[in-house]
Ligand binder design. Sequence first.
Ligand code: ATP
Length: 453
Amino acid sequence: MLGYVRKNISEVEYHTWFAPVKNLGVQEGSLVLGVRNSFAQEWFRKHYLELLEDALRSLGAQNPQVSFQVLPAAQDTLFSPADPSPAPGRPPPSTPGGPSAQDQAENRKRLNPKYTFENFVVGPNNNLAHAAAMGVAESPGKAYNPLFIYGDVGLGKTHLMHAVGHYMSERFPEKRIEYVSTESFTNDLINAIRDDKMTQFRNRYRSVDLLLVDDIQFLAGKERTQEEFFHTFNALYENHKQIILSSDRPPKDIQTLEGRLRSRFEWGLITDIQSPEYETRVAILKMNAEHNRIDIPQDVLELIARQVTKNIRELEGALMRVVAFSSLNNVPFSRAVAAKALSNIFAPQEVKVEMMDVLRQVASHFNMPPDVIRGSGRVREVVVPRQVAQYLIRELTDHSLPEIGQFFGRDHSTVMHAISKVTEQLGKDQEVTASVELLRRKMQGLDDEDLDA
Ligand SMILES: Nc1ncnc2c1ncn2[C@@H]1O[C@H](COP(=O)(O)OP(=O)(O)OP(=O)(O)O)[C@@H](O)[C@H]1O
């Protein structure tokens, strides 16, 4: 099967997605593949399901069925940077005569273990840069050289550069990879001049297979550094070694950059990354939550994604802030809690209650699945929560009776009946009264007293 798959997709895709997959055997006629997280699960369903079914068909299956299951945490080696053993399916450790374990460790040390292709959410804002980086990873020194990625702060430029580095260090452990910020490059140069170690400096930078230089805009105005970088660039370029540069602006907008450097930066491919749109932001948050094993409802992630729009680093920070806030105050995640946690940094946002929020809260209060409440059951245990939910939705949202009816698969007169029934019971039936009050308070947001307590 893998042979078939490999022939039909690029090598980078294959190694990114298929190398870590585990065969979990056949269950109820379906081939079950273990993947690392729900992000990968969705990705496989969307992008590779047909290909896998075709692969099975090519092996003679009449009615091929493939499903994906998230592997338990223990088998997820993705975020164990301290673990020096290679992940399953990855190249084995070096052999005698091959690259030393130290080389590999050196390579890995400089790269952030989180910044891989697998952890990079692709959206319309970054798909070109992502495709270019994949192209470069697949054919270093050949596809686009240099690759120049620009974009505002915190949008994933460094992440993409490191992803190429990881990919190369896993597939070709003998390759030398150097990741450096322009600032470190400048400092190294200054030190080398001072200590009379220019030969070592040149050897270090001109002997690499992949040079990643971050924030190249800081070359502006540094004449000696530009001069040295020019020669480093030429040496690597002539030897078909790959260069990737990141910057906050395109080469033409970097002031006081020597013309000969600017034109070299334009030789390869220039690609930009824009701010992510809403769906991409939600997907990034979801992936982050999962990687950190935080079980946080989708609607809370959506609220965070609405608040932070420009910078992914801030987006991740906002998520951590919400997590810390809820843990320190010992309150469960909710949109109200998230809004409160973020209110010091962002303008307080009015939390609009949605029908689904109410249904979920009611379901959790009465300890039954939301679908049962919306279902057709007629016993009192289900009818009371259903009526309470309809009553609260009418009170807390702007939805009309027919809309509420539709949400419950009923007509508006049923909703009207539910509302008058609850109204009648308020103050008389203790259970109904207490439930309505408690739920109303929960959904209107927490008061400060709650949090202080
Ligand atoms: N598409 C994405 N999917 C998942 N995470 C992302 C994505 N883009 C960025 N991130 C995350 O956002 C954070 C900031 O990204 P990164 O450091 O690469 O930004 P940058 O553009 O290099 O910023 P700077 O200009 O400040 O160096 C990182 O934690 C990174 O993992």
